[in-house]
Ligand binder design. Structure first.
Ligand code: ZN
Length: 181
C-alpha cells in the first residue's frame, strides 16, 4: 500500500461538506442538471418558443457557446476567441468526481496545477470549488511536500471570499463577460 495515489482523496464527510458549500455559494458559472437539460433542448431541438426576451438572449448565448456532441453524449464549449473551447460541461453534481479524477491523475499536484488541468478541459467548475476540495484531500494532508510552496502561499484564506463574490454574477454580467461580440 505504498502507492498513495490509490487512496481515496476525499472522505464521505467532505462530500457532505461540499454539497453544503455548493448550496451556500451559488454561481451562474456552475450548471445544474436541470440547466443542462435546458441547454440540451436548446442545442438539439427548436420546438419551443422562448417565453421572454431574457430566455431568447440566454438561448442564443447557449447556442453560440456550446455544442452537443452526439458521439460522446456530452456538451462542449465551442472554440471562441477566448481560447477556452472544447471543454466538457460538468454539472454541479459531478464537480467532486471530476476534481478527484484530475487530482489523482496529476498525482496530487498543487492547487494551481490542478486548477489549470481542470480549466483546460472542463466547464462549470470554479477555482474556489477546486481549492475547497483540495484543502480536504486526505493524501495531500498526509504529504504536504506534494503541495508546491508557491501555491500554498498564493492562496491563503482570503481566497474563497473573493471567489464567492465573483461567483455571484448576474446572468447579464455572465453573458457580457463570455461573449466577445
Ligand atoms: Zn491530494
Amino acid at each position: 500500500m505504498s502507492d498513495s495515489s490509490a487512496e481515496a482523496p476525499f472522505s464521505p464527510s467532505t462530500k457532505t461538506e461540499f454539497q453544503q458549500y455548493l448550496i451556500e455559494n451559488p454561481s451562474h458559472r456552475r450548471v445544474s442538471q436541470s440547466e443542462r437539460d435546458q441547454f440540451l433542448q436548446w442545442l438539439t431541438a427548436d420546438v419551443t418558443r422562448p417565453s421572454s426576451q431574457k430566455e431568447f438572449s440566454r438561448r442564443n448565448y447557449v447556442r453560440r457557446s456550446f455544442i452537443w456532441d452526439d458521439i460522446t453524449s456530452e456538451i462542449h464549449t465551442t472554440t471562441g476567441s477566448n481560447e477556452e473551447g472544447n471543454r466538457v460541461l460538468v454539472t454541479d453534481d459531478c464537480i467532486m468526481d471530476v476534481v478527484e479524477s484530475v487530482h489523482i491523475r496529476n498525482q496530487h499536484a498543487g492547487w494551481d496545477r490542478t486548477w489549470n488541468d481542470i480549466r483546460k478541459s472542463y466547464y462549470g467548475i470554479l477555482r474556489a470549488d477546486v481549492i475547497f476540495l483540495l484543502r480536504r484531500c486526505l493524501v495531500c494532508a498526509k504529504d504536504p511536500r506534494k503541495r508546491p510552496k508557491d501555491s500554498t502561499r498564493a492562496f491563503c484564506d482570503g481566497l474563497s471570499d473573493n471567489d464567492t463574490a465573483s461567483g455571484l454574477f448576474a446572468l447579464d454580467d455572465f453573458i457580457n463577460e463570455h461573449s466577445t461580440a
